[in-house]
Design a protein. Structure first.
Length: 260
């Protein structure tokens, strides 16, 4: 089966043998760096699995929007993998509802986090920002996330913080740019009050944008870059795709139970 993309190119919607296409579902952003980052990440995914058709759909703000991407697939099969780091409204409601309204036969994978591969990316980005190989006793990290009113989203972010703390051997406190507490400045102040003189901010965002920029500006020491196109992100997208094929798309429900 073939379909015409929004750019006018004709592309296959299913890989040889009828393997479902991978549709990466990004949130969308007014920051042009976000779209270019997501496109570069999909390029890495395609390089890892050249025979797999890989498509992009946004929830809002950017083209192609997810309904348009799914419409272009016709009645083909697809696995929707949220380019999102935790459970929340988009994962639980928006994406499943958009999938159900499409002609395509779809399964919805779990969000990316929490997962050890995300910790690999966070760790590498901190090292690149100047984190020492042997962290001093007075160091600590604020894990800066977008935030959500959904308590399960905060649970997922807290689990990532715990995994990163185990990796670094220092305290890691989750904090949020919106909709949840503490904020990044509040978390920084709390750590400093506990005697941590070197507090880094780990950017737990998939791409550059306003929230990532604001959180990085609150760092009193170093701030890492967003997860972006790190190799672990491409591998994790494919892992969630494969997982959804095995579980029938029930991975989102299983996030509350166990890693990975």
């Amino acid at each position: 089966m073939t379909a015409t993309t929004l750019t006018g190119r004709t592309t296959s919607t299913a890989s040889p043998g009828g393997t479902p296409a991978l549709v990466v579902v990004a949130h969308g952003s007014r920051d042009p760096r976000a779209l270019s980052t997501v496109r570069a990440l999909l390029h890495r995914v395609r390089a890892l699995r050249p025979a797999l058709p890989v498509h992009l759909g946004h929830i809002e703000l950017n083209a192609p929007l997810l309904p348009d991407t799914l419409a272009a697939l016709g009645d083909g099969e697809a696995v929707l993998v949220p380019l999102l780091l935790s459970r929340g409204y988009h994962v639980k409601r928006d994406i499943p509802e958009l999938a159900a309204a499409s002609p395509a036969r779809t399964r919805v994978a779990a969000p990316l986090g929490p997962h050890p591969l995300l910790v690999d990316a966070l760790h590498d980005n901190l090292l690149e920002a100047g984190w020492p190989l042997h962290a001093p006793r007075d160091a600590a990290v604020v894990l800066a996330s977008a935030g959500s009113r959904d308590p399960e989203s905060r649970t997922d972010t807290g689990r990532t913080a715990a995994l990163l703390a185990d990796r670094l051997g220092v305290p890691v406190v989750p904090a949020y740019a919106s909709a949840a507490a503490p904020t990044v400045p509040e978390a920084v102040r709390a750590l400093e009050a506990r005697g941590h003189r070197r507090v880094a901010v780990a950017s737990y965002f998939t791409a550059p944008g306003r929230f990532a920029t604001e959180c990085a500006a609150a760092a009193p020491w170093i701030a890492s870059a967003p997860l972006g196109t790190h190799a672990a992100m491409a591998r994790l997208l494919l892992h969630r795709y494969d997982e959804a094929l095995k579980t029938g798309g029930r991975g989102a429900e299983r996030r509350a139970l166990a890693l990975p």
